[in-house]
Structures are given as structure tokens and as C-alpha cells.
Design a protein around this ligand. Structure first.
Ligand SMILES: [Zn+2]
Length: 450
């Protein structure tokens, strides 16, 4: 590993239309494509954390609101202080692989762990001072082995036997003159003299901008390398006003075995004003931050509608399995799942969970258990969830204040209790509502940009 990530750069050849200041495509080797593919393993919480300081439009209002809600939440409402760390700084599920990337933008990707202070105990955590079941605490810094490829032919996720062509909207194809001609003519270019070559070296700053642009734009390469502003009119965003009301409005059934949610509605406006939620529902909402973007796209059947990240996802699915370093890597990128000790007990969506690592202590469990604890917020507690997923503890805000904010007449307020079951319970209405909830969660860019 290099001592300074800042200095690591990977080469990229851009094919540009100088006249229109546009990147038509790029040619790159495995090192750059590995970095692009690694975007799919980034948890939503990580993406928000990394891109928040960028002078760019926010990826989604809801994602940011949820993230901010966790930031602002007093530790008293959480099982342990570490719950905040898991949600705001979730671990990458492919951490060992991402460590080997030539340019690393996620500083939380590390092979550093803390071993239990008890010499006879081999439990550990990625966090310091986590209580162990043996009464010890994680304190001794250790580093897990990183097995670097013995041969430069092997990349992280893919092999090095080919060059790749990457379109401006992040379609990644094995390089061949014919595929390039196809791409050029699809875009209306009919002669090579319209196209110039440009060589660049890509470092941390460009990769970070590329990550943001991959989630908000249809032409990330042009935006990053030609310094163009996001082409907003190009964006494929649902034109509907995304509100929690649209997601849950049709649900009626109440079943005590499921998670119940109390919706407060305005009868005249047919609109949900806010939701009153128990800790189990809030845990479920917060768990969105731990989902890697690849698993989100998987849960949405390949269509997140975010920027052009779906093209990247499809490229992984379409690439012949022989080009992956290990055949399992293709599926791993398409559904990375949550990292160990990140699973939510009340998970309602079919999100894959990483195989349990018995030596890892669940930092959420005050008793120091090494089994899956699966909770974030203290139970029982009640929360107010706004239409845009701002979550506040009920006790932190006065009921009168909430009513005042809504500005409705008293006879106009109605209450409705709905319950939400597990999404894998086939194609019930509630499962489609949850998928919609997820889609609504990621797809709130429009408001931010209007
Ligand atoms: Zn121990």
C-alpha cells in the first residue's frame, strides 16, 4: 500500500469532442474500472458523508435528511454511542477488496481493528473501547492481512487482460475498435477527425467528483473532466412529488406481528402530515444508510433512477464472468449486502447480510455480545417522521409545536394505523410499498434542484 493515497493516480485516456467540450468516451485499464465498480459497494451513509462537502447538488433530500437526523439525535436515544458510528460511518461490505484499489476515496476503508484487552480472548471490533462479552474492552490495535495480488494481471474485481471502453454515461464495455465505432455512431459521430485524444491522471479528487456525478448526472465524464456543470435537464427523475404519503397511503391492514406506523392525515388535503413511529420502524429507516448502493439497485430491480449509476450496475451484470478476478465477484458487486454487525433486526427489505464473523463484537450491544444484536434506537421510544424523512424523538418536540407547524384545522386531522410486513412475503401490497419507499428515498433530487 502506498503511504499517501493523495499521490496515487490512475491513467485514463479520454476521447473528446473539442468543439462541443464533451467527453465521448474513455479508455481505461482494470485499475480505473475497479474503482468505478467499487462505487456499488459504498453504503449510502458513506456516500452522503463523502459527498456532503462537495460544491455540488445533494444526491437526495431524503437521504440527507435521514443522515442529518442521525447526526442530530442525542446518544440517549440510541442503544450505544457506537450506533451513531455504524449509521454515519457504515463499513463497506467489501472492505478487503476496496483496500486494494489504486485510488481510495473512502478513508474508513481500513484493515485496522482493535482486539479485546483480555489476552485469552480473540474478539475484536473495528471500533475502539467496545465492550466484550468477557468484560474486556477492545483496545489493542491490530491489522488484518491484506493479500495483494501476486501478479499485476489480477486487479481487485476484474482481470487485466483487456482495456475497457467507458461511455460518458458510465456504460463499461470490453474494449474493441468495433464497439468504439458503434458508440461513436450511436452518438452521431461519423469521422475520426471529430474526435481528439486527451490523457489524464485521475486521483482522489476526480474520483470523488465522479462518484457524486454518477448519482446525479447523465454525463459524469464530461462534467468531471471538461468542468461542465451538471446537465440538469438531462436527468431522469420521476416528476412526481415524492412524499411518504404516496408510499404508504394505500395501506390499511393492522397486524400486531408487524411493524405499525401511525399516520396523521389531513382529510381535506388527502395528505399525510407526518408519521408517528416506534423505534422498530425508525431502526428500519435508519438501516437504509447501511445499504450499499449495489444492493439498493438490486432491491429496485435495477432501476434506481439515480444519475447513471444504473448503467454501471448493468455493465457489471452484462460483463462476461471470465473478466472477473473471481467468478463470485460479479454477484458480489450486484448485491454486496450490509457489512457484518450492521444488520437491522427489523429489516423489511430483502437486503443481503454478510456472513457472520464470530470474532467481531456487535458494537451496538451494551452487554458485549458477539451474536447479532440488530438494534439502533432505544426501545420503547416514539419518533416523529416528516414526509421528507426527518426523524425526531417525540419527546424532543412538543405536540402543540407539531400541530402549529402543520397549520391545519382540528376537524381536518385524521389518524390511520398501517402495518408493514416483510418484503419477502411475496408480492403483497406492502412489499411494493416498501420498494416504493426505497425508490422514493433515493429519488428526491428534483426538489433539491428546482
Ligand atoms: Zn473479550
Amino acid at each position: 500500500m502506498a503511504a499517501n493515497d493523495q499521490e496515487c493516480r490512475v491513467p485514463l485516456k479520454l476521447l473528446i469532442d473539442e468543439k462541443n467540450k464533451r467527453v465521448i468516451a474513455a479508455e481505461a485499464n482494470k485499475d480505473f474500472v475497479d474503482i468505478l465498480f467499487s462505487f456499488l459497494t459504498f453504503p449510502i451513509g458513506t456516500i452522503i458523508r463523502l459527498t456532503n462537502n462537495q460544491p455540488m447538488p445533494k444526491i437526495s433530500t431524503c437521504m440527507n435528511n435521514l443522515y442529518k437526523s442521525v447526526e442530530n439525535l442525542s446518544v440517549n436515544h440510541l442503544c450505544t454511542e457506537n450506533c451513531k458510528s455504524i449509521l454515519l460511518n457504515p463499513r463497506n461490505p467489501c472492505i478487503e477488496d476496496c483496500l486494494k484499489l489504486k485510488v481510495k476515496i473512502d478513508d474508513s476503508v481500513s484493515n485496522k481493528y482493535f482486539k479485546c484487552s483480555n489476552d485469552n480472548c480473540s474478539n475484536m471490533s473495528w471500533l475502539v473501547n467496545v465492550k466484550c462479552s468477557c468484560e474486556g474492552k477492545t483496545s489493542k490495535e491490530i491489522f488484518s492481512d491484506v493479500r495483494n495480488p501476486t501478479n499485476d494481471y489480477f486487479g481487485v474485481f476484474i482481470k487485466g487482460g483487456i482495456e475497457f471502453i467507458i461511455s460518458d454515461d458510465l456504460r463499461v464495455l470490453p474494449g474493441s475498435p468495433i464497439s468504439l465505432v458503434q458508440l461513436f455512431s450511436d452518438l452521431g459521430y461519423n469521422h475520426m477527425n471529430q474526435i481528439k485524444e486527451m490523457f489524464v491522471e485521475v486521483g482522489k479528487e476526480e474520483i470523488l467528483r465522479l462518484l457524486t456525478c454518477s448519482l446525479i448526472s447523465k454525463s459524469p465524464l464530461t462534467e468531471v473532466f471538461m468542468n461542465k456543470q451538471a446537465i440538469v435537464e438531462n436527468m431522469n427523475i420521476m416528476s412526481i412529488e415524492p412524499k411518504i404519503s404516496q408510499v404508504f397511503a394505500d395501506l390499511h391492514t393492522v397486524d400486531s406481528s408487524k411493524i405499525n406506523l401511525k399516520l396523521v392525515l389531513s382529510t381535506s388535503r388527502h395528505k399525510i402530515l407526518y408519521a408517528e413511529a416506534k423505534d422498530s420502524f425508525v431502526d428500519f429507516l435508519f438501516s437504509f444508510l447501511t445499504f450499499p448502493i449495489g444492493s439498493v439497485i438490486k432491491a429496485l430491480n435495477g432501476i434506481s433512477g439515480l444519475g447513471c449509476i444504473d448503467n454501471l450496475y448493468r455493465s457489471v451484470a452484462d460483463l462476461e464472468s471470465q473478466w472477473f478476478s473471481f467468478s463470485s465477484y460479479q454477484n458480489r458487486l450486484l448485491n454486496p449486502g450490509v457489512a457484518p454487525k450492521h444488520k437491522c433486526q427489523n429489516e423489511l427489505l430483502p437486503i443481503l447480510v454478510e456472513l457472520p464473523d464470530h470474532k467481531l463484537i456487535d458494537p451496538r450491544d451494551v452487554s458485549g455480545g458477539s451474536s447479532e444484536f440488530g438494534r439502533f434506537t432505544m426501545s420503547p421510544s416514539l419518533f416523529i417522521v416528516s414526509n421528507n424523512l426527518e426523524v425526531k424523538p417525540m419527546c424532543s418536540t412538543s405536540s402543540f409545536g407539531i400541530l402549529k407547524d402543520q397549520n391545519v384545522t382540528f376537524f381536518d386531522i385524521e389518524e390511520k394505523v398501517i402495518s408493514i410486513g416483510k418484503a419477502e412475503a411475496a408480492l403483497t401490497r406492502s412489499s411494493s410499498a416498501l420498494t416504493e419507499a426505497l425508490s422514493f428515498f433515493v429519488n428526491t433530487q428534483k426538489e433539491e434542484r428546482d
